[in-house]
Ligand binder design. Structure first.
Ligand code: ATP
Ligand code: MG
Length: 409
């Protein structure tokens, strides 16, 4: 370990002699008490996996922060890593930082380099995770603040500065950085188990998937296409959506069921106004069969209360009745505007808005039932032998593996 050198740095013009790295701030993960070790390990794995296409990285765990290092890193690679890591659930901030020696001269050099060319008031905020460092945080703030102000002629302002220079003294090194990229927060994917998302080509189900991944669920996706009576467009959309959402977990699987013939059977069963709910129940049953095969313990849908006629409270109750697995509906209390904002932020909105032939339009009766009676639905389902039908549908799935960033498919 280098010793503290309080003398002015000899060659201040020299480039920073540290190494560029990414410093990560973790969210709720740190609150998990005894499980924290497990959470951190999972999160570190997820970070490593997300970075792999860019560079092989080491993730070093320190209390409450991760340090992401890579051999022979140039700043451009580190920038890309930081950007990529903002999609990893459980990360609150990704800072592109200089990792420098634990001596004042190194900190000074890094600070001057980082603040070079920045116009406007600034503040220095130091903290010590290693309290043995011979200067207090306040002393460090004052010293570096004075140095930067002298050199570049910019004023120090502690309240609402234009630029913040952060200095974090750690066990073996000091991190110096300015600004950072906000992450998603939440919990690491995989921590809460596994579930199956019923994925249409619409706006809502991708957002529902995002919100449950953010709560630590690893998800698979199930899409029903109207094939053979519609074109494959809805499958392309589902594929593109899953490929985009794959940035949040990696290793995503999309299962596609050709649903057209089953829909026709529902139609000719005389379901009439109940056709839409009967079809949704069949989707859920099929999802349940598949979820059990995949060891998933819940189904996820994009239902929002009252958004469309199939989403009244009575109808939601009729949907729950069809399966034993819990149905998670993370959007149930959200407005369409809120959902669309979120879809825009996670970059699924433009894909969802592409035109396609939704399999559901085929069945839409002139007036849909808003108060579906479960007994009536069961009558219809008896005529259809839905148990058998759901098994057949689940057996007919085609599996796809959309990979984030893969533009060849
Ligand atoms: P979305 O925008 O997600 O399509 P929506 O507002 O259009 O939702 P519905 O069409 O009633 O509402 O669908 C409600 C939910 O049912 C969807 O969020 C999705 O989870 C599921 N779902 C509907 N259609 C399909 C489909 N073709 N394949 C898989 N799941 C579907
Ligand atoms: Mg829809």
């Amino acid at each position: 370990m280098t010793t503290l050198d309080t003398a002015p740095a000899a060659v201040r013009e020299a480039p920073v002699d540290g190494e560029p790295c990414v410093l990560l701030k973790l969210g709720e993960v740190v609150l998990k008490g005894k499980n924290r070790e497990l959470f951190e390990r999972r999160l570190a794995d997820n970070v490593r996996m997300a970075c792999r296409p860019i560079a092989r990285v080491d993730v070093i765990r320190r209390h409450g922060v991760f340090i992401v290092r890579t051999k022979d890193a140039d700043t451009a690679t580190v920038d890309r890593l930081a950007q990529r890591i903002t999609d990893v659930m459980g990360i609150v901030w990704a800072h592109r930082a200089w990792r420098v020696g634990k001596d004042l001269a190194s900190v000074e050099r890094a600070a001057l380099e980082l603040m070079d060319g920045r116009i406007g008031a600034f503040a220095v905020r130091s903290r010590r995770r290693d309290k043995r460092f011979p200067m207090t945080s306040t002393e460090l703030d004052r010293h570096i603040g004075g140095l930067v102000a002298d050199r570049y002629g910019q004023p120090v302002r502690l309240k609402a500065p234009e630029h913040t220079l952060s200095i974090e003294v750690d066990r073996d090194e000091v991190f110096v950085f300015s600004g950072g990229l906000p992450g998603q927060g939440g919990l690491p994917v995989g921590m809460s188990g596994r579930a199956l998302v019923l994925m249409s080509g619409g706006i809502d189900s991708p957002v529902a998937a995002y919100r449950m991944m953010r709560r630590g669920l690893r998800v698979d996706y199930l899409h029903f296409s109207g094939m053979p009576f519609t074109g494959p467009e809805s499958i392309y959309k589902a594929y593109a959506l899953v490929r985009e959402l794959d940035k949040f977990q990696g290793g995503s699987r999309l299962f596609v069921v050709p649903f057209g013939k089953a829909q026709q059977q529902i139609k000719s069963s005389g379901a009439d106004r109940l056709a839409v709910i009967a079809q949704r129940r069949l989707m859920l049953r099929t999802g349940e069969v598949l979820a059990r095969r995949l060891r998933g313990s819940a189904l996820i849908t994009g239902d929002a209360l009252g958004q469309v006629s199939s989403q009244t409270l009575t109808n939601i109750t009729a949907l729950d009745d069809a399966v034993e697995l819990p149905i998670l509906r993370p959007l149930v209390g959200m407005d369409k505007v809120e959902i669309m904002d979120q879809a825009r932020r996670i970059r699924t909105l433009t894909i969802s808005e592409l035109p396609d032939e939704d399999c559901c339009t085929m069945l839409a009766p002139r007036r849909a039932e808003t108060k579906a009676k479960i007994d009536d639905l069961r009558q219809i389902e008896k005529r259809l032998d839905v148990g058998e039908l759901a098994d057949q549908l689940a057996a007919s799935v085609q599996e796809h593996r959309p990979v984030y960033g893969d533009t060849t498919a």
